[in-house]
Design a protein around this ligand. Structure first.
Ligand code: 13P
Length: 250
């Protein structure tokens, strides 16, 4: 069964609402590709205007984060039902920037994954090793620990529909991309882990993205690998280049 590619932009903390609308208009004709799913994961304040602006296009909107409770006294947080009601379809969970700067640990991320699925959102679950871990040779041990903990108590049927993003920390925002072989090796390892934790059908269904300095120049080579089903793109998602990544196969 062929997995449909999914190309997602992670805007991070960029784009005011008015800048966001300009970017969506600029990208509109460039990101049309019936062969792939296209997602913009945008800052919370941009969600409502961007959902409105992409209506009638092939683009879905994702959030960059969410909280684990539905409502209540959690000043500053945004819940999964709020995102769903606003028209959001995806949510990034466990990006390395949230793990590092906001101390989000795997037990907390596991709660987020479960809550997102329960609400009807598709999690884009991120994992990835630091440069130090890669040099120590513990990349796959680390990623196995992250994925096993983050997917605790998640059923095979639910895992089939989530997206996993492999993002080596040393390749994020550094201009240093993992080689396509390095990226494929880990994405393959993640798929093998899913087969081990669940079954082959689940492993064959789950979509695994690569992220880390992916751009118009390297997307086609990365996406040609059998276990790389898409990209999670930071810097290059904020410019016309993103259209070239989406149309990597044209
Ligand atoms: P860059 O594409 O800017 O390296 O960011 C990758 C990333 O962190 C996407 O989530």
């Amino acid at each position: 069964m062929a997995r449909r590619k999914i190309i997602a932009g992670n805007w991070k903390m960029n784009m005011t609402p008015s800048q966001a609308l300009k970017l969506v208009e600029e990208l509109k004709p460039l990101v049309v590709n019936d062969d792939v799913d296209v997602v913009y994961c945008v800052p919370a304040i941009d969600i409502v205007p961007v959902v409105e602006a992409v209506k009638g296009t092939n683009v879905a909107v994702g959030a960059e984060n969410m909280y684990v409770e539905d409502s209540g006294a959690f000043t500053g947080e945004i819940s999964a039902p709020m995102l769903v009601d606003a028209g959001v379809k995806y949510v990034i969970i466990g990006h390395s920037e949230r793990r590092d700067y906001f101390n989000e640990d795997d037990a907390f991320l596991n709660k987020k994954v479960i809550k997102a699925i329960e609400a009807g959102l598709t999690p884009i679950l991120c994992c990835g090793e630091s440069l130090e871990q890669r040099e120590l040779g513990v990349t796959m041990d680390w990623i196995r620990l992250q994925i096993k903990s983050d997917l605790a108590n998640v059923s095979a049927d639910d895992v089939k529909n989530i997206v996993i993003a492999y993002e080596p920390i040393w390749a994020i925002g550094t201009g240093k991309t993992a080689t396509s072989d390095q990226a494929e090796e880990v994405c393959k390892g993640i798929r093998e882990l899913i087969a081990e934790m669940y079954d082959q059908a689940t492993a064959d269904a789950v979509r695994i993205q690569y992220g880390g300095s992916m751009n118009a120049g390297n997307a086609a080579e990365l996406l040609a690998k059998p276990n790389i089903d898409g990209g999670l793109i930071g810097g290059a998602s904020l410019k016309a280049d993103f259209g070239k990544v989406v149309n990597y196969n044209k």
